[in-house]
Design a protein around this ligand. Structure first.
Ligand code: NAG
Ligand code: NAG
Ligand code: NAG
Ligand code: ZN
Length: 406
């Protein structure tokens, strides 16, 4: 009932707002849900724009809305469209993507893989007001991709004075614990990866983040799966470091990587920002395999696994680091699952840590495929008998060390 209601709301919201634009309504003729195997999609609003328009997210999964572990735990991927109001191609392509996945589940292997193994969240429009007004910024004329707290531009640090759209995205990203995401922009054809800003604001130069290798790998998956992005004359291989192209501050990409544990790409998916509606099917055709393969990379590449306690076998919300890369990935609270994206390489040393437990590390060889790697950590429990005194260090549910004496 709730699902149906929210789907209907979504449909009516999109119909009315799309009807005002240059684009035709691209809504499904039927509801997303109930395609032979139960619901595949539902929609929720994660906040409101300045003018009070809900920010609708379509979630696609064989169990939408559930944090689940069986048959395999799932990583989450987010696509965000229309950050800039005058770049509406992304918002339309996300509707194509939602429809294609729902229509092809159990018919196409890639659709089935994504629906069954990824929680896919699609936010077609982050900036519905800018879209309605046909301009880049939101209703307050703020460029939302300059509105995030920034590691080098501290003027943006106050979270409360962010725009409502920005705050909604920040809360959503922290809430879902996305493994990766991508925003869809227009005006160029390139896959852009962090950092977007540099410490030295005077120059434009390549400024890679700790996971530069993984980001170049992910960006290449997009550009090589695209109709002709990788044959770009401006960008080698159709990919670019953000700062090497033009530095920007307050962008979503750097914030996601630093604060949300989420590997985010900024995808420029069409040279023409606002093409005619009749060009959308061809733009979908050009980007379709890229959009699908990027989501599928969460399943097909990287290292994934769970962290357990050797004592009682319970899942641990521990930390995963990789030697030589200054970045920490957190395991989930409920299932202790982690998802660490990495490019192919001969050797990585993967380290699992958890307060109150002994760390463990394993060396792995990673080719283009994914690897499953579980860690079983031993608690640092010690029992000492000293005369008639008895010291015992225990771990309570929150993994706080407690010292009992008797
Ligand atoms: C890609 O193809 C489109 C459509 O044919 C064309 O307009 C565009 O210039 C091409 N871009 C590159 C980088 O080859
Ligand atoms: C690792 O990154 C953190 C920020 O996430 C930074 O404060 C720290 O200095 C870095 N460490 C090294 C060794 O670069
Ligand atoms: C990995 O384990 C070995 C011994 O088992 C240890 O010498 C090394 O310092 C560990 N590396 C890290 C990064 O913890
Ligand atoms: Zn843009």
């Amino acid at each position: 009932m709730n699902l149906l209601l929210s789907l209907l709301l979504l449909v009516s919201t999109f119909s009315s707002s799309l009807a005002k634009g240059a684009f035709q309504s691209l809504l499904p003729s039927e509801d997303f849900g109930d395609r032979s195997n139960g619901f595949l999609a539902w929609a929720i609003s994660i906040g409101k724009s300045v003018n009070g328009v809900p920010l609708w997210v379509i979630e696609i999964s064989d169990k939408p809305g559930e944090e689940e572990t069986e048959p395999a735990f799932k990583a989450s991927f987010g696509y965000i469209g229309n950050v800039h109001g005058d770049e509406p191609v992304g918002r339309e392509l996300l509707i194509f993507l939602a429809n294609w996945l729902c229509d092809n589940y159990l018919k196409d292997p890639l659709a089935t893989l994504i629906v069954e193994n990824v929680h896919l969240h699609l936010l077609p429009s982050m900036n519905p007001d800018g879209y309605t007004l046909g301009k880049r910024g939101n209703a307050n004329n703020i460029d939302l991709n300059r509105d995030f707290p920034d590691q080098f531009f501290l003027a943006n640090d106050d979270e409360e004075s962010r725009q409502p759209e920005t705050r909604a995205i920040m809360n959503w990203l922290r809430d879902i614990r996305f493994t990766a995401s991508a925003t869809l922009h227009g005006g160029a054809l390139v896959a852009n990866y962090p950092w977007d800003g540099t410490r030295d604001k005077r120059w434009t130069f390549y400024y890679g983040c700790p996971d530069d290798e993984a980001f170049r790998f992910m960006s290449s998956i997009y550009s090589h799966s695209h109709y002709n992005m990788s044959s770009s004359k401006e960008f080698i291989d159709g990919i670019t470091n953000g700062a090497a192209w033009y530095p920007l501050y307050g962008g979503m990409q750097d914030w996601n990587y630093i604060h949300a544990g989420c590997f985010e790409l900024t995808l420029e998916i069409s040279d023409n920002k606002w093409p005619t509606a009749s060009e959308l099917p061809i733009l979908w055709k050009y980007n379709k395999m890229s959009m699908l393969n990027l989501v599928a990379s969460l399943v097909k590449t990287g290292v994934h696994g769970r962290i357990y306690s050797s004592g009682d076998g319970r899942p641990l919300p521990g930390f995963i680091t990789v030697s030589g890369i200054n970045y920490t990935v957190r395991a989930g609270k409920t299932f202790g699952d982690y998802h660490r994206l990495l490019g192919p390489r001969d050797r990585y040393e993967v380290v699992a840590t958890m307060p109150g437990y002994k760390s463990k590390n394993t060396s792995i060889w990673l080719d283009e495929g994914a690897m499953t790697l579980d860690f079983v950590l031993d608690p640092e429990v010690s029992v000492k008998l000293k005369g008639e005194y008895f010291f015992l260090i225990l771990l309570d549910k929150a993994n706080v060390l407690i010292l009992l004496t008797k």
